[in-house]
Design a protein. Structure first.
Length: 480
């Protein structure tokens, strides 16, 4: 799971080729019209990776938050340092309320929530951190949104013309990142029921909620639960009314269900039938977002979507995969029917393909999914993704990638078409998360939503008749 404080895909440290920085030709141009056989593509990937490698990634901004050019928020090393933690594993223990001898200094729930709030304390106008102020406790919080801070009334007045445009949404962000702690405690999501509607009949999330039996009772159980009481007794903020809390529970639930539901959308759209044979799904570029505090049951919603299926295996693959219950080998033989088997592999996808798939230590995927790969954001990320993209293209593997916004969709489609991928579909995702996310170092921006849009591709384009990205024009509206 993602951080309960609302963190999203952290800009990854990427292993790339030192010698591939030739400014005379971009990675995309070098791959243009590269019609390789699958074996040639794999051989090329192996050669690229045997070169001297270095750790690279997008630059940090002035506050130390790692971000892509779209400024998607991430759980940065600055946050971990402020919490006196060394790793995501320590962070996981803290969020679960466990006492640990690791010495990261959190002894009570109140202290935990206060330390997490401290990571958001900086003046949104002048960017000053508490330690740079004469009185570190002088930062004042916006009373309306309970989210952003100012070092004084002068900065608050100067920032108001901008902040007032986003204050209402930022209030939801602040509430949801507290409520997301209930995912760690197991209160969210509530037990879901088998789908009584076909995937194509689900247009909005209310269609999904309408299928849930005894929904009011399940929501009431969360509202009156033990951990809800602990949360608001220690959050250091006024408790919202019941209506606001219910809407927040729903938004956080959609964020949790969004990923398995999006995988189900990919299976349906590519006409991959889990009722006919066992299905294997690879999630490429997986990180702490998908694997922090992940449980082996996190993708069981696929069993609700496809009751009586023949077995579904989901393998998380990425260099930032977090150790935990799902850190177990992929299946060599298919697992039991009507079960979702979740596993993970720490490493690059083309390494996984060579060491596991080609060596028959893992099953070949029926579908590959990438949640927010971000390869459109900067050349370093594109370089690191190129071997994987070419592998998926040349092996003709059905693939679905998600993005945060319509503009990211346009950029990603342009890159995909330059790589001559066969685009099979794109658009707004009916299973996009409703939980708004802020860019931490610059909160006064329109929020983004996980898995907002998607695009699908399979194989090499056989004709120039690809979707015209100019047809995607238009301003993005805010979600209700």
């Amino acid at each position: 799971r993602a951080s309960p404080m609302g963190s999203r895909k952290q800009a990854r440290s990427i292993r790339t080729n030192e010698d591939s920085k030739d400014t005379s030709s971009s990675p995309i141009k070098m791959a243009h019209r590269r019609k390789k056989t699958p074996s040639q593509a794999q051989s090329s990937s192996k050669n690229d990776l045997t070169e001297t490698a270095v750790v690279k990634g997008p630059n940090m901004d002035s506050l130390g938050f790692q971000a892509m050019d779209s400024n998607v928020p991430g759980l940065s090393q600055v946050i971990l340092k402020k919490l006196n933690m060394k790793s995501y594993d320590e962070y996981r223990c803290a969020m679960e309320g466990k006492k640990s001898g690791a010495g990261f200094g959190i002894r009570t729930y109140f202290e935990m929530f206060q330390k997490m709030e401290d990571t958001f304390k900086f003046c949104v106008e002048c960017k000053k951190l508490p330690e740079s102020l004469p009185n570190p406790k002088s930062l004042r919080r916006c009373k309306r949104c309970q989210n952003v801070y100012y070092c004084g009334s002068e900065c608050q007045r100067a920032n108001w013309p901008i902040h007032k445009k986003f204050c209402k949404k930022l209030k939801l962000v602040a509430l949801d990142r507290l409520m997301e702690w209930l995912v760690f405690t197991g209160d969210i999501p509530f037990p879901t029921t088998f789908w009584t509607k076909r995937i194509q009949e689900i247009r909005v999330w209310e269609d999904w909620f309408s299928m849930q039996e005894d929904l009011d009772e399940k929501l009431c159980s969360i509202l009156t639960g033990h951990y809800m009481n602990i949360l608001w007794a220690n959050a250091g903020k006024p408790k919202p009314d019941e209506v606001e809390l219910v809407e927040s529970i729903k938004r956080v639930t959609t964020d949790f269900v969004s990923r398995p539901a999006t995988i189900g959308l990919g299976l349906h759209t590519f006409q991959i039938d889990p009722f006919v044979k066992p299905i294997v799904v690879h999630v490429v570029g997986a990180s702490d977002v998908e694997t922090l505090n992940a449980r082996v049951t996190d993708y069981d919603e696929l069993s609700r979507m496809f009751p009586k299926h023949q077995g579904i295996e989901v393998v998380m693959i990425g260099i930032d995969v977090v150790d935990g219950p799902i850190m177990r080998p992929p299946l060599v033989a298919f697992g039991p029917r009507e079960r979702v088997y979740l596993s993970s592999y720490k490493g690059l996808y083309h390494d996984f393909w060579e060491s596991q798939v080609e060596a028959r230590q893992a099953n070949r995927p029926d579908l590959v999914v990438g949640f927010h790969p971000g390869f459109h954001a900067c050349p370093d990320l594109m370089e690191s993704w190129l071997p994987t993209l070419l592998l998926l293209r040349d092996y003709k593997i059905p693939s679905l990638f998600t993005v945060y916004s319509e503009q990211e969709l346009k950029d990603s489609l342009r890159i995909s078409m330059e790589l001559e991928m066969q685009i099979t579909g794109c658009g707004a995702n009916p299973f996009a998360s409703l939980k708004p996310e802020q860019a931490y170092s610059n909160p006064n921006r329109p929020p983004v939503y996980c898995n907002s849009h998607y695009f699908m591709f399979c194989g090499l384009s056989s004709s120039p008749d690809e979707p015209d990205v100019r047809e995607l024009e238009g301003d993005e509206g805010e979600k209700d």
